[in-house]
Write a protein that binds this ligand. Structure first.
Ligand SMILES: C[S@@+](CC[C@H](N)C(=O)[O-])C[C@H]1O[C@@H](n2cnc3c(N)ncnc32)[C@H](O)[C@@H]1O
Length: 403
């Protein structure tokens, strides 16, 4: 159809509500070289030319359908064991604070021109949202985080699909015998006499270790019964991984590989000019304490909080000194981020301004200067609404840079 006149109607997903989403939706159309006119409702677009319907419906993030042909993303969202529209497939595993919106990551992958087989890098991978979204588009992924809990979550979300049958086989052989919460003793799951740490396949043991951490979080934060929570989480997690496999078969998706590494981004070991794109949200300055938030799970995984605290950006130091340390740490990171990206390619930084002692700290402005110093050109900045963290962050920005 490309090159010919077209008269088609393209409709946004019903969950699109914000101006930044409309901006990104239009950027998606521009990347696919589509000529359009936006309808008065702002929910549909009249296409006049340029639309490759098959390719577009396979990859787009913000559009539900083209003249009755439903997009892959519409189907992907249906494979959901939760009540939250964006926590489909394995995205919901572990209640991590400050996750990316997955649909936004899918759109950004398109906008920065990533193709099947390319490498996307997230130097602050957190709960692994970008890992899963890259994988779904057939894009290979490298994610780094300093938190062992984040690396565990990301691996389980992206890799459990490869070992689903083994996970299911073990389901009836496990017996959580509880955890001594007072002294945070090591893992207490038993599989017919062996601990899950003895399981040969790390992807299988990771799955059960994360299920244990979710139950542990439920019991510590929400005072739920550990065993009940463990079993119900395992079943829901298995159902989600089955959903993932069914979805891949239904849509015939060639998943990308996901590599997750426990590393400090200040001393990034990736080679120069090695990745095709970067999408990341750095630690929210000092607004979120990732060690304190997940202290129970980090300790349960055998970490000494005081030792690891020293390596988490934004958590180091006291009072306003923390901002100085944050800025220095992030400057080192931006240098490495620039170094590993291939020339001409894009890096997206999602960053919020924080409020500290009633003062607003313009982290986003500072990030622009720091990225410029590292060598990046700012191509576009979009402001974005933020939910759930109003007391510490009110504004967030999507900054798109090019090397
Ligand atoms: C805003 S969160 C990322 C959230 C992620 N976008 C998601 O969707 O879940 C920032 C992450 O930076 C990580 N981090 C903090 N210091 C780090 C360091 N020195 N090296 C690598 N990662 C670090 C934290 O553990 C946290 O997971």
């Amino acid at each position: 159809m490309k090159g010919q006149d077209q008269n088609m109607l393209l409709t946004l997903h019903r969950n699109i509500q914000f101006i930044y989403e409309l901006v990104l939706a239009r950027m998606e159309l521009e990347v696919f070289d589509v000529k359009y006119q936006i309808e008065n409702s702002l929910r549909s677009f009249q296409i006049s030319s340029g639309l490759n319907v098959e390719r577009f419906t396979k990859r787009c993030a913000y559009f539900k359908e083209v003249d009755g042909t439903l997009s892959d993303y519409h189907f992907i969202q249906q494979f959901n064991q939760t009540r939250s529209v964006n926590q489909y497939l394995t995205h919901w595993f572990y209640p991590y604070k400050g996750k990316f919106h997955p649909q936004m990551i899918r759109a950004l992958c398109n906008i920065i021109g990533l193709k099947e087989g390319d490498f996307l890098f997230d130097p602050f991978v957190g709960s692994g949202t970008a890992a899963l979204e890259a994988q779904l588009l057939g894009i290979n992924f490298i994610g780094i985080d300093i938190s062992p809990l984040c690396i565990l979550q990301s691996k389980v979300k992206a890799r459990s699909i490869d070992v689903l049958d083994e996970i299911v086989k073990l389901r009836h052989e496990i017996r959580p015998i509880g955890r001594n919460i007072k002294n945070n003793s090591q893992s207490q799951l038993l599989f017919k006499g062996i601990t899950y740490e003895d399981i040969e396949n790390r992807n299988v043991s990771n799955f059960y270790q994360l299920a244990e951490m979710i139950a542990y979080s439920d019991s510590r934060r929400r005072h739920k019964d550990f065993s009940k929570s463990f079993y119900s989480n395992v079943d829901k997690m298995i159902a989600s991984v089955k959903d993932y496999r069914d979805m891949v078969n239904k849509l015939n998706i060639n998943l990308g590989d996901a590599k997750l590494l426990l590393e400090d981004t200040r001393q990034l070991s990736l080679s120069d000019n090695s990745v095709d794109g970067i999408i990341t949200s750095p630690p929210y300055s000092i607004a979120l304490n990732y060690v304190k938030n997940d202290a129970h799970a980090l300790e349960a995984m055998g970490n000494d909080l005081e030792t690891i605290q020293d390596e988490f950006i934004g958590v180091r130091g006291h009072g306003f000194k923390r901002f100085e340390l944050y800025n220095n740490d992030m400057e080192q990171c931006f240098k490495h981020i620039y170094r590993v990206l291939k020339p001409g390619k894009c890096c997206v930084v999602v960053i919020g301004n924080v409020t500290y002692q009633n003062e607003q700290v313009k982290t986003s402005e500072w990030a622009k200067e720091s990225c410029k110093k590292a060598g990046f050109d700012l191509v576009k900045e979009i402001d974005k609404i933020i939910f759930g963290l109003y007391n510490v962050i009110q504004e967030e920005f999507i900054q798109i840079y090019r090397k």
